[in-house]
Design a protein around this ligand. Structure first.
Ligand code: BES
Ligand code: ZN
Length: 630
């Protein structure tokens, strides 16, 4: 190993001095490394030495805004291998020891590489079973958001949460940060007295007086599911296996909002087999959480913007719960296979919603998803990124965040619905059940999925295989012809009311009785883009959009307000942008503002106040939209 490395270095030196008469066929060190790594977003060398179990012992320091402690790993090493490669980004490594801690060892930290951070190479011996890495995080660690009391609901205590997916776990733990590597974990976390700590593991339900918390995750998970939250957190039960963590101020409303969680869990098991993770709880985070939800095992992390008061946005819980099978149990091998996580999950989410609330309800969600997909394909085509409309992505050399588009979610789910329509629901469900149980706690590549599909569901039926057209769906751009289409009478009725309104019927005479959030979203998405101030005012007076407590509705209304320069919505615009950090809402709003000079000015003045409230995931995206230099 070391010998080969020095040979490669010598070769590079040879190149550098210009003496390359005979171009050697030996791979460059970069190529050599890339083939060993397998995952383009990790330095880990899965075939040489891997982590099997993590014992994490850290202290949460709110004053310095750092985590400090030791990550101790049990490792599996192939014979003859004398180094283990890990991922780090913005970490200070103090020292590394082997086994029980008695043997110190040498390590090197590579030069920073864009998106990936720094490779940590630790020297080991044939008898090494454990490595112990003492480290401290940086206050700028991208996974971590440190909130002041002012940024919480209670305003009295600070709050910390992590977001590890896709490749941010390495900013708070030195780790092999690839979804293709699984490990079990245990943790001891020291937090200030009075606060509670929770993780993607077995969790406390009471505050520990000494501020010391211990955790266990007995099932092997990939690093992107490592998660921690610390704050003034309380627990409330929903059902025997389900519950909610939230700040005390939000607990009651949260327990009500997610009252169907236990039913969802039971329903999901009925569809695709036993739940593998024991309990299913959620934590409602402060509004700066950059996503709707994050499927951290046993404990989904959630934005508070789903608390609408009427349980109308809980398909998000169905989504994160579904990840307990698609994603957490059967995991994409690397981020190019992301659709295996998200496409399956959107499909599964739809089935949970259908089972609980009926097909007409689920079809509204599917139709909205389909609209998102069409828009995404157009946007990517306009940007010249048609290759990103394939299900199988090529994200090497890029931030995997760029693969986070509606393609993986909605084209992925549509592909599965297409297969379902070819073979019939009963057969497809049996197939999915087997898929999850056969590959539980393993990783999956797109290619091995296709092989599995062809050798099980589609075996012996060429007509089906042809109709399914897996190659075209996966490796083709855009949408194949003959893809499934959803029809919903409920949206037809919305379209009738829209037509009536356009023909002059006044807003308050429209028949909107019994409309759910989804009908309203369809209404607002399909209203003409150019409206007069009188029309905006009349709509607002009739339906109270500006003051709506439903974040999804407000977010669409604000874009419409910006496009039509509707002044009365601007106060709400500002408070919304300053408070909410959910990127899905922020991006379209800032983009709408950035489209005009006046809007850009407003955007930049709001952003100056809002940016300090955002998690790195969000401010990095918005910085790009506003050409912001910090
Ligand atoms: N796992 C994702 C969030 C994610 C993906 C974070 C990639 C970082 C990188 C989560 O399950 C998700 O899809 N969240 C969606 C919810 C939704 C589609 C219902 C979100 O946050 O909007
Ligand atoms: Zn998801």
């Amino acid at each position: 190993m070391k010998f080969w490395l020095s040979v490669s270095i010598a070769l590079v030196a040879l190149f550098a001095t210009g003496c390359q008469e005979d171009t050697p066929t030996t791979p460059s060190p970069e190529e050599e490394q890339a083939t060993k790594r397998l995952d383009p977003h990790s330095f880990a060398r899965k075939k040489e030495a891997v982590i099997k179990d993590l014992d994490l012992n850290i202290t949460v320091d709110f004053e310095q805004q750092v985590l400090t402690g030791v990550a101790r790993y049990a490792i599996d090493v192939e014979p003859g291998v004398d180094q283990i490669h890990l991922d780090t980004r913005d970490l200070t490594i103090h020292h590394v020891t082997l086994n029980a801690g008695e043997d110190t060892t040498t390590f090197t930290l590579g030069e920073p590489v864009a998106h990936l951070g720094q490779e940590l190479i630790i020297d080991i011996t044939p008898t090494t079973t454990h490595i112990n890495i003492a480290y401290t995080t940086s206050p700028d660690a991208a996974a971590l958001q440190w909130l002041s009391p002012q940024q919480t609901a209670g305003k009295r205590h600070p709050f910390l949460f992590t977001q590890s997916q896709a490749i941010l776990a390495r900013t708070w733990i030195p780790i092999q940060d690839s979804p293709g590597i699984r490990f079990t974990y245990h943790a001891t976390v020291q937090v200030p007295k009075g606060l509670m700590a929770v993780m993607s593991a077995s969790n406390p339900t009471e505050v520990q007086p000494d501020g010391t918390y211990t955790f266990d995750m007995a099932q092997p998970i990939p690093s992107y599911l490592m998660a921690l939250a610390v704050g003034d957190i309380r627990f409330g039960a929903v059902g025997p296996r389900t519950g909610v963590y939230a700040e005390p101020e939000l607990l009651e409303a949260s327990v009500y909002e997610f009252g169907d969680m236990e039913n969802m869990l039971n329903q999901a098991e009925e569809l695709y087999g036993a739940y593998a993770w024991d309990r299913y709880d959620v934590i409602v985070l402060p509004p700066s959480f950059p996503f709707g939800g994050m499927e951290n095992p046993r404990l989904t992390f959630l934005t508070p913007t789903v608390i609408a008061g009427d349980r109308s946005l809980t398909s998000l819980i169905a989504h994160e719960l579904a990840h307990s099978w698609s994603g957490n149990l059967v995991t994409n091998e690397n981020w190019n296979d992301f659709w295996l996580n998200e496409g399956f999950t959107v499909y599964f989410e739809g089935r949970i919603m259908e089972a609980l609330y009926g097909a007409s309800y689920a079809n509204m969600l599917r139709q909205l998803g389909y609209q998102d997909l069409q828009e995404e394909i157009e946007t990517l085509a306009d940007k010249g990124q048609l290759a990103d409309t394939k299900l199988k992505l090529d994200l090497a050399g890029r931030d995997p965040d760029e693969g986070l588009t509606d393609i993986a979610y909605e084209k992925g789910a549509l592909f599965l619905r297409h297969i379902e329509s070819v073979v019939g629901r009963e057969r497809f469900d049996a197939f999915l059940n087997n898929y999850f149980s056969t590959h539980a706690f393993q990783t999956m590549t797109t290619e091995s999925f296709v092989t599995y599909l062809n050798s099980t569901l589609l075996a012996d039926n060429e007509a089906w295989a042809e109709e399914v057209a897996a190659q075209e769906w996966i490796y083709g751009t855009g949408l194949p012809e003959g893809h499934p289409v959803v029809e919903t009478d409920r949206f037809k009725r919305v379209e009738e009311q829209l037509a009536a309104w356009q023909q002059g019927q006044s807003a308050n005479q429209l028949n909107t009785a019994g409309w759910t959030t989804h009908e309203w979203l369809h209404f607002l998405r399909n209203i003409p883009k150019d409206l007069t101030i009188e029309q905006m005012t009349a709509l607002d007076e009739a339906f109270g959009f500006t003051e709506s407590g439903n974040s999804e509705i407000v977010a669409v209304w604000l874009v419409l307000s910006i496009n039509n320069d509707y002044e009365p919505a601007y106060d709400r615009l500002e408070t919304f942008l300053v408070e909410v950090g959910r990127r899905k809402f922020l991006s379209p709003i800032y983009r709408a503002l950035a489209a005009t000079e006046k809007g850009m000015e407003r955007a930049r003045s709001i952003y100056r106040k809002a940016r300090p409230n955002y998690h790195a995931v969000s401010y990095q995206s918005i910085d790009a939209i506003l050409n912001w230099e910090s």
